[in-house]
Design a protein around this ligand. Sequence first.
Ligand SMILES: Cc1ncc(COP(=O)(O)O)c(C=O)c1O
Length: 388
Amino acid sequence: MGNYNFDLEINRYNTNSLKYDIKRGRPDNILPFWVADYDFKCPDFLIGKLIEKSKHGIFGYSEPLDSYFVSLKNWYKRRYDIDIDTSKIKLTNGVVFSICQLIKSVTNELDSIIINEPVYYPFKSSIIANNRKAISSDLIKINDKYYFDYNDFEKKIIDNNVKAYILCNPHNPVGRAWTEDELIKIFDICNKHNVFIISDEIHADFVYENNKFNSAHKFLKKNFAICSALTKTFNIPGLQIAHTYISDDLIYKRFEKELDKVGYSQLSIFGLVASEELFNNGDEYLEELKKYLWNNILFVKEYIETKFKKLKLIIPDATYLLWLDFSNYGYTDKELKDIITYKCNLWLDDGLIFGKSGSKHQRINIACPRKKLKEALDNLYNVFELAL
Ligand SMILES: Cc1ncc(COP(=O)(O)O)c(C=O)c1O
């Protein structure tokens, strides 16, 4: 037994929860396994820290102190043996927000930006919202594992005069933690064609077993930015804090200018306090959480292998988001989504939102107490294996 109880079920209804309280036209009693937001209680020491801050009773404009950056630097050194020059880091309220500001800092309107679908859908929507062109070099699936298609990637960069690349590492939704070899190859192509690299590393802390997280820091000196945060790691996205590392001074200045243009300045005090506390003291919770999550993944694997004839699970290297392949069932995407929503009574993320290559797939968030996860699997089993 560890120090944290991840089996504990906590009612999240009527708590201003995006995951639980918003339905977007779905049935009221639908069970949510969508959005990357987990259902575990955060550690007591964090709650204590936030209460202490609340009791101070003053919530004025906030700035990170030097200690914040020391804590961040130590976290990366301790956990990943990376030496971060914290003078190149800018804090913002979120990774997607930073990606949008980076897009404007390194490209012009109508420029092309490359991504690897199926991928976290705000990449594409951020590119399009900023009036740039989104080009996908789709990942290729070989024996239920996803890989880059280097030839296609380079050809699309050349054909579309691509200016920037948004990498997802580890990759949401297909769960790859890209290897050194893979990253070296993909970065070489970017460098050869002067493509600015934006590496989204928000899922870095969820890499399992023998897989390894390889930060872009290890391979690049210039022409890149890394967007990350502790908000996935400890499920504090409601506290709104992220860090962006920008390799080049000029781009850093342009990024600051973009922040000025949208009127962004100070951070949420609770985000700052929480994040610093977790950089300093979050390791033990994270290690226990990762074990629980990996056991959830093994639980899903075993359940699917023993009970389903046609459903396939893509075993992830990383993340708590599992990619399920329903293509053997022969349903259209619309039929699949309707069955899952109305017959299974589950809200999973529909594969198509991650790009056309997400067709016939669904993403399920397994970061919840195992009992609840079993309920989702039972609902799928009862419909796909017994009823249809
Ligand atoms: C790859 C990736 N990037 C960014 C985010 C969101 O980050 P933020 O809430 O800081 O914008 C998510 C959330 O699921 C994600 O999966």
